[in-house]
Design a protein around this ligand. Structure first.
Ligand code: PLP
Length: 429
């Protein structure tokens, strides 16, 4: 493994994040488990990186891909009609809840957000964009520009004029009640529009639950209150559902539905191809049709990815995995809260459905501790459990298992996670 790591370091950028002191090479998977090159099996509580929404080697998805491979026509061009692209677009448009929706497929979440920003800035003839503090929207120039998390920003240059809003940082204002915090956020939006922007604003781009940011969320309903203000100005609301879509949050199919509001557009990626690269924008048809130039994305909507995605979506809906996320997520979140109450290294537990997180804090100061989060990640690995890490201060453990998780796997994962946290806690005593 160290040989592969050396080769990796020699030819890939230094900033390309790798988990663990001694990074893993995963070579196979089945259900919610993956195996590394040494034959060690792990329960994957991060679903790849929320990419393997159904887990690994799902026969229905594999067959859809194999069938396409057998035709020999893996990718001629999106200049020709592609049945699976049309079928997938029909399904996504229907379940989006956006009236008269159309869909444009991309290869990643970054490109999906690029497209959404293009639509909004063109429709509104404005380069002004609102985003939330601590957001993450991808790695391109414009997506980085709307990312409100310093550790993910590589450039201080920006093609957009971006203003960051409060909305997901309630923990920083402990003295405010929830309703006071909501009033503060709406006032912050109004004051931003009155003071920071000289011209019209194109859109507000939000993650209903911030993924990379550590699963921090706006209080339910706040985005509806935001939308009422945005509507006064004709500003578009775009929901980045790259992590929160497809029923992961349990209560609702799209994260933003928890706010009782329909956005003008949503972006998606990660889990839809169950491992194959696909992303996209679903938006009001007039917005998508409104771009003036002809265009294609060479690989966006390609036959292989759309076949995998269509089979993934059918599986998800047929097995009502949103309900599974709701049921098991509720148990996992309350179980984690109860088990970590007395641990001095454990801070806040938050999340919804199968998207939940825990902050690691220094027992003496109570301050965020990225070092303890790194130690906890190593401890979970020792217990054959894969999870994620992130957060504004790098001290958040993130869990997002495949939506096919079973009750037994949920218990196994929780017990390994708690065991890891207890080990970190003991080491601090
Ligand atoms: N938006 C959100 C909410 C994300 O979490 C990510 C990736 O983590 C992206 C956009 C970017 O997606 P991609 O890495 O597929 O470009």
């Amino acid at each position: 493994m160290s040989e592969l790591l050396d080769r990796h370091r020699a030819v890939l950028p230094a900033w390309l994040a790798l988990y663990y002191d001694s990074p893993l090479e995963l070579v196979s998977g089945k259900g919610c488990r993956v195996q590394d090159a040494d034959g060690v099996s792990y329960l994957d509580f991060f679903g790849g990186i929320l990419t393997n929404m159904l887990g690994y080697d799902i026969p229905e998805v594999r067959q859809a891909v194999e069938q396409r491979l057998r035709t020999g026509v893996v990718h001629t061009s999106t200049l020709y009609l592609i049945r699976s692209q049309v079928e997938l677009a029909e399904k996504v448009a229907r379940i989006s809840g956006i009236p008269d929706a159309k869909v444009f497929f991309t290869n990643s979440g970054t490109e999906a957000n690029e497209t959404a920003l293009l639509l909004a800035t063109h429709a509104r003839r404005s380069d002004q964009v609102l985003a939330l503090r601590n957001s993450y929207h991808g790695r391109s120039y414009a997506a980085t520009a709307v990312t409100g998390n310093r550790s993910w920003k590589n450039s201080s240059l920006s093609p957009l004029n971006v203003h960051y809003l409060h909305g997901t940082d309630r923990e920083r204002f402990p003295r405010l009640s929830e309703s006071e915090y909501r009033r503060f956020c709406v006032e912050d939006l109004r004051s931003c529009l009155a003071t920071a922007t000289a011209t019209d604003v194109a859109c507000l781009l939000v993650e209903p639950i911030q993924g990379v940011g550590g699963f921090t969320a706006a209080p339910d309903g706040l985005l509806r209150e935001f939308k009422q203000v945005l509507d006064e100005y004709g500003i578009l609301l775009i929901s980045d559902e790259v992590q929160t879509g497809w029923g992961r949050t349990g209560e609702t199919f799209w994260g933003i539905q928890a706010h009782g509001v329909t956005p003008d557009a949503m972006t998606f990626a990660k889990g839809l191809g169950n491992g194959l690269a696909i992303g996209g924008v679903v938006a009001r048809g007039d917005l998508l049709d409104g771009l003036p130039a002809n265009g294609i994305s060479t690989f966006g909507g390609n036959p292989l990815s759309t076949a995998a995605a269509s089979a993934t979506l059918d599986y998800l809906l047929d097995h009502d995995l949103q309900a599974n996320a709701h049921r098991l997520g509720g148990k996992l979140i309350s179980g984690l809260r109860a088990a970590t109450e007395k641990l001095s290294v454990a801070g806040a537990v938050r999340g919804k459905g199968l998207m939940f997180a825990l902050d690691l804090v220094d027992p003496d100061s109570g301050r965020p501790s990225p070092a303890l989060a790194a130690a906890a990640l190593e401890e979970t690995r020792k217990r054959r459990l894969l999870i994620g890490k992130g957060g504004l201060y790098g001290n958040t453990l993130r869990m997002a298992p495949p939506l096919t998780l079973s009750e037994g796997e949920a218990e196994e994962g929780l017990s390994a996670l708690v065991g890891a946290l207890e080990a970190v806690d003991r080491a601090q005593a």
